[in-house]
Ligand binder design. Structure first.
Ligand code: BTN
Length: 257
């Protein structure tokens, strides 16, 4: 499986490492970088992870041979300081755009900070692990868990879904991975070209609840608010109680139906 993944790209996925089983593709990527063996754009794909990592120290569990589990290594060459959250935005936007193009008639949104939702159900989780020296970003490992063919029965109690559920088909994961890596490179090019404004703008516009009335749960209870965007440090900006407030990840929960 995955032998036919040969994306039409310059950088992303020109080197691909496959595993039937690995602890975590993000962990393997970290080790590769530490040993100085990672080329920019290297992709690590696994059928199954024994210790898949999710956001906030949670684990990521996925049935073997059903979904896509992979990590992309980006080695940054510029010496200039960058917005700490720009790679997270770029990567999330890339996957959002891919799913959006595939399902133009569904509501495809980014749930801040890094989830992709179809009709309010999570289809993809993204774990970006950045390595900084001071303000200089050295490398990023972008771990992506995208639900493809896993049976809907597994998901219905956990507010998740899969691409196959919407396309009513068993999808070819090799074909999809080729397309994802090509789509990723398009958004990566915006980043390489220094077009942070375009990334910020598209990211904000794709947020679930952008410029609409939503409910949020904070330590002070449930409050209405309007999402205005996400700042350079990755904080969510919400108009609440007549003024703009910013929230770090974990300090607020957007309530969705
Ligand atoms: C989340 O919690 O939403 C993020 C989940 C990220 C899971 C992916 S699967 C491939 C990569 N390797 C990991 O260990 N985690 C990420």
């Amino acid at each position: 499986m995955f032998a036919k993944v040969k994306p039409n790209t310059q950088i992303i996925g020109q080197n691909i490492i496959y595993f039937n089983q690995v602890d975590s593709t993000n962990q393997f990527a970290t080790e590769l970088i530490k040993q100085n063996l990672a080329e920019n754009g290297t992709v690590i794909v696994a059928e199954y992870q024994t210790m898949g990592r999710g956001q906030g120290g949670k684990s990521w569990i996925s049935e073997p041979f059903e979904n896509l589990l992979f990590s992309i290594i980006l080695k940054h060459v510029t010496n200039s300081p960058s917005d700490p959250f720009i790679v997270n935005k770029m990567a999330t936007l890339a996957i959002h755009n891919f799913v959006f193009d595939l399902l133009p008639h569904e509501q495809v949104k980014i749930k801040w900070p890094n989830d992709i939702l179809i009709n309010n159900r999570k289809v993809c989780g993204i774990l970006v692990e950045n390595n900084f020296t001071g303000h200089k970003l050295n490398y990023s490992i972008i771990g992506i868990g995208l639900n493809i063919n896993q049976q809907y029965e597994h998901f219905k109690h956990i507010h998740a879904t899969s691409l196959g559920h919407f396309l009513q088909n068993t999808l070819n994961r090799e074909t999809l991975l080729n397309q994802i890596l090509e789509s990723f490179e398009n958004t990566y090019d915006l980043y390489l070209d220094g077009l942070s404004d375009a990334i910020n703008h598209q990211f904000d516009k794709s947020l679930l609840g952008y410029e609409t009335n939503c409910l949020f749960e904070t330590e002070n209870g449930i409050s209405p608010g309007i999402i205005k965007g996400c700042d350079n440090d990755g904080r969510l900006i919400i108009e609440m109680d007549g003024r703009e407030k910013s929230f770090i990840h974990g300090s607020i929960k957007q309530l969705i139906s």
